[in-house]
Design a protein around this ligand. Structure first.
Ligand code: AMP
Length: 697
């Protein structure tokens, strides 16, 4: 049996023993009585459901584990944070000792400003070191942070403010989004405070030179962050680490929720520290001082919380904080530059970032020009991808690049998870034996990668595939992906002050038997998991229910001329729904028309037929650039495209569509709208003609 399978079995068969051992790798102010406790909860309406908690009786400080511990262990001079901001041209580094000094002082400031244990503090900040100081300082005094993407619209910020009722807000005078220049936060935040019925009593502002917050309104509770810190430093003010109960919240994170009110996932202190410390070593191969992790994400997203901030710091390793974008800051070679400059060992990003790089540098020509012969990327052992499905073509392309330029055996690892899970639910573990050094000659080879699959279940996550009645389907069949209780320690056990919604959102669908992940896919004979789509993105064609947006997109992007595809279902009188594709071509082609030429459409149709079957042939295809809307965390907003298309089939091209506040590029919606209009005009404003044409292909 492969070590990854063995470790997994142990975690499922004896979770108490497995997670008790892992608990020994972090510092407890008070040791827990046991690892796992199973109980039941009763909702107001009398419904009972299973509940579990990790490390009851324990008391822990996450900040102590991330910072103080390493200084006390003699690693104070190791680098904790490397900050790189290509647009401002700034770079900074902090050792663990320096980080401790920053965090102790800022925690003292927060306390003086009236923040107490158990209070919520909202963070609305760009990707600068102060944002990390803020997270760690809040945790240091036992308060709870709620990080919202910097630059979010006032209404979504107000929504999260209402929901989490923060005592204070920590923010900055501006953010810098790609090459667009500084975005002032003052008006955004002030408008949000005005909209929210809950008013935070303090707003602590980090002044950036690129764009200042002016004036700082003292009477409204606004404070200059740097001034407060300076004064605290002069007075020698410091706050020590305050332990909290294992089940106390470390942070709240709002899911990218495309509809309705945001769901506040609560991360519990004990399980989070143990589970993340385990995962960063076991799965990501980051063990301690000297190891460098670069997660190109945002602290507003769970990936940023876990793998920019907490996990590398728990391990005592170096984290690279990057205030830039995959392309445009200044170009598509930025990620590689970072890997070379900081000798990165593990990189983590979203597949959408790689697609953006591929669009600019599809043949790696530019990459080869710079890195072809100089061997600067040999430190890199793995490229982790998450956030949405990675199509095999993207995995294969970068696997080839890694094999040629990076460390021996370097791999691309698709891993699947969510805000709720806190760490990957599935993946391919780099250090298949827990705690084993990556470089050890005795290490087991990681399991083989299967492009298109997100690897195997990680320890503690008991993943199953079930039909709509909750019965398990046979291996290799598509279905709803669920998990058995308990979830692994990093995962949530409830929503912020809303147990009823937790039940409704995750347990009710299968009568409390399974936790619903909202994803559809399958597990193969060997245990590899493939995530094919969100359950609500499933397309029904002629009563065949098949979760194929992922599969169809995969077939389409196997065409070398296509860089990206988003597939949605359009209503069809005969078939119920037909798959319809939005595609972006590689830069070699410069399409002007929304309607692709017949040759391309034919080639794509035959790829879809070969790989999936005639039933999946497309009802239409639109080509264009910049028309696939994404969330800030890099997820394709298929629902928006679907709505635009549906409206178009009714001849309505102007109708407003519901655009989630988490959208990254609102302009894409208008580009898509224009492209759809052009397409329908050219096709005679009648999709059924396109359907007929499809039958002939
Ligand atoms: P969020 O909690 O907002 O980060 O979103 C979690 C969702 O992102 C999951 O439920 C999946 O639908 C999707 N997702 C994340 N990682 C992957 C992956 N590796 N493959 C496919 N879907 C993914």
């Amino acid at each position: 049996m492969h070590m990854q399978d063995q470790v997994y079995q142990e975690s499922i068969q004896d979770p108490e023993d497995f997670w008790q051992q892992q608990a020994g790798n972090v510092h407890w102010h008070k040791k827990p009585d046991r690892a796992l406790q199973k109980t039941t909860k009763t909702l107001k309406n009398g419904i009972k459901h299973d509940h579990w908690s990790w490390y009851p009786g324990g008391e822990i400080s996450t900040t102590y584990n991330c910072v103080d511990r390493h200084v006390h262990n003699g690693n104070g001079d190791s680098i904790a944070i490397c900050w790189d901001s290509p647009v401002t041209g700034l770079k900074e580094q902090y050792t663990y000792k320096q980080l401790l000094e920053e965090v102790q002082t800022l925690a003292g400031v927060l306390r003086e400003e009236g923040v107490k244990k158990g209070d919520v503090v909202l963070i609305y900040m760009p990707m600068i070191p102060a944002a990390l100081f803020a997270m760690l300082s809040i945790a240091r005094i036992g308060a709870i942070h709620a990080v919202v993407f910097g630059g979010f619209s006032p209404s979504s910020l107000a929504q999260r403010m209402e929901a989490s009722r923060p005592r204070a807000v920590m923010t900055a005078s501006c953010g810098i989004e790609g090459s667009k220049g500084p975005v002032g936060y003052k008006s955004l935040l002030e408008e949000a405070v005005q909209k929210s019925s809950h008013k935070p009593s303090k707003t602590i502002i980090w002044q950036r030179e690129q764009h200042r917050w002016d004036p700082v309104l003292k009477e409204d509770g606004q404070r200059n962050w740097q001034r407060l810190v300076k004064s605290a430093r002069n007075r020698g003010l410091r706050a020590h680490a305050v332990p909290v109960k294992s089940s106390d919240g470390l942070y709240i994170i709002y899911t990218s929720g495309t509809t309705g009110l945001p769901k506040g996932v609560v991360r519990e202190a004990g399980g989070h520290a143990v589970g993340l410390n385990f995962s960063v070593k076991y799965l990501f191969g980051i063990h301690g001082p000297g190891d460098v992790m670069f997660t190109a994400s945002d602290i507003g997203w769970v990936v940023g919380h876990s793998y920019i901030v907490y996990a590398p710091l728990l391990a005592g390793a170096t984290t690279v904080l990057f205030e830039g974008k995959p392309v445009g800051t200044p170009d598509a070679s930025t990620f590689w530059r970072i890997i070379e400059e900081y000798k990165v060992n593990t990189m983590f990003t979203a597949p959408t970032a790689l697609r953006a790089i591929r669009r600019e540098d599809g043949d790696n020509d530019y990459f080869e020009q710079i890195y072809g012969n100089r061997g600067g990327l040999r430190s890199l052992r793995a490229l982790f991808l998450a956030g949405e499905r990675s199509e095999p073509s993207i995995v294969q392309m970068y696997q080839k690049l890694l094999a040629k330029h990076c460390a021996g055996g370097a791999v691309v690892v698709d891993n699947w998870w969510s805000s709720e899970s806190g760490s990957p639910i599935s993946g391919i573990a780099l250090s298949a034996a827990a705690g084993q050094e990556f470089a050890s000659p005795h290490r087991h080879e990681p399991l083989a990668i299967k492009p298109g699959s997100a690897g195997k279940a990680m320890p503690g996550f008991d993943v199953r595939v079930v039909d709509d009645e909750g019965n398990e389907v046979e291996r290799g069949n598509m279905g709803n992906i669920v998990m058995a209780i308990p979830l692994a320690p990093t995962a949530f056990t409830t929503l912020w002050e809303d147990e009823e919604r937790f039940y409704r959102g995750y347990l009710k669908r299968f009568d409390g038997k399974w936790v619903d992940t909202g994803d559809a896919g399958m597990i193969d004979e060997e245990g590899y998991i493939s995530i094919m789509s969100r359950s609500d993105d499933i397309i029904n064609v002629a009563a065949h229910r098949f979760s194929t947006v992922g599969a169809i997109e995969q077939a389409i992007t196997s065409h070398p001329g296509i860089a990206e595809a988003a597939v949605v279902g359009v209503p069809d009188q005969l078939k119920g729904h037909l798959p319809f594709a939005f595609i972006t071509l590689t830069t070699h082609h410069h399409p002007h028309a929304a309607v692709p030429d017949d040759k391309l459409l034919k080639e794509v149709q035959s790829l879809v037929r070969e790989q999936i079957g005639a039933i999946a042939s497309l009802g239409g295809m639109i080509q264009g650039k910049g028309m696939i809307p994404k969330t800030r965390s890099g997820k394709t907003l298929r629902r928006v495209l679907r709505e635009l298309l549906e409206n178009a089939t009714h001849g309505d091209f102007g109708k407003e569509v519901q655009v989630p506040t988490t959208i990254e590029d609102a302009e894409a919606v208008e580009v898509a709208r224009a492209k759809i209009k052009e397409y329908f005009r050219q096709k005679g404003a009648d999709l059924h003609k396109a359907t007929e044409a499809r039958a002939k292909l």
